[in-house]
Design a protein. Sequence first.
Length: 453
Amino acid sequence: MNLSDPVEAPAEAAPTDLFAPGRRAACLGAIALISMLAFESIAVATAMPAVAEALNGLPYYALAFGATLATSVLGMTAAGQLCDKRGPYRAALAGLAAFMAGLLLAGFATAMPALVLGRALQGLGTGMLGVTLYVGVGRVVPQALHPKMFAMFAGAWVVPGLVGPALAAFLVQALGWRSVFLAVALAVPVAALMILPALRRVGAGSGEELRWGAMRWALLASAGALTLHGASQLTGVRAALLFAAGFVAAGFAARVLLPVGTLRAAHGLPTVILLRGLIAATFASAEAFLPLLLTQHFDWSLTQAGIALSAGAVTWSIGSALQARVQSPASRRRLLPGGFGLTAAGLLVVIAPLLFAWPALVVFIGWSVVGLGIGLSFPMLSVLLLKLSPPASQGSNTSSLQLSDALTSSAALALAGLLFNPATRQVLPVLLMALALVTAAALLAPRAQAGES
């Protein structure tokens, strides 16, 4: 397959078959890669309380998640350029190499700062791989099948969501926390062998000269996000000043990196990109602290806390599958704010046991509702983005979508680090912040679909 005839084979295939000849290899490769990334994300979230305890690094808890998101900004920006002008294959190669290096560094870390550095390298890799998957598979799959494609992406989380937390807890107890990172490193070559041949056939891009000017702003955004996390290690006036400096740097860079109107929620595509950031930040901040809440406040084991994460992953996949079945434009317009509202309701249920001394099972139920709401809304934003983007801009706009995801989530995790007190281990302020973010998303949702035809 080449750019002169990019989607010939899929065009001849049945338009309702996602795995028809011409796109089967790309879809199967995407499932393999997403499953690996999903296992890493869920397993690390499950194991992180044990990692922080072993390395005496609870003050770095939020940074271990936020550093990954901060550096992913660099990967997304680079991948947007490479995908549009050199094709997704080269971006995938670079992303896999960085991801593997980060896993090895984290797996052999002897102190929490070294582990954070490894997580930062992982973020660089996942940032590149995320854009590569959206663009590479999106070019092969016809637009009419994009809702099913993103449901497939979410479905690739089902098995990792079911077995990942339990397997991670087992690995921590049987072999130590390092085995979680090293086990994922063993899976990288397998995923690479499945996805790279398919991406090579997608095409080599436009061939235009690469323009790396945006990387300066990506560096500023990443530095600003990391500065926000640095503020969480301080107290008093110094913390406030450093947080303000990081916020200004990240915000200034975001104005350049994201489409015009994103920060003011302009109608159409800009609001789609902003909403992706808000809902991603909601989930990232709540999910990072959920295992800590269950193990520290309710005395659950890592295995039990992992089951709660599994429930959220499974209901996310159910929500994604449900949205793919909704075809009516009017129904889809209602479904997006409905998904945000369901997420907010789930968070309220998660918070309730902290206020009313209810049992931890209520947290489990609430988190399952959160997953369902995210599953309904998250893929709809991806579908809207591709629908509102001309083919020549899909790489850069997809990069912007994930940049918004990473910047907003990293900033939210930095604020969570400030709100979380390692001495008291009180998670309620973090959950209230997540609730505020998804409430804002629900209010802004109607503006996202103004540009939809």
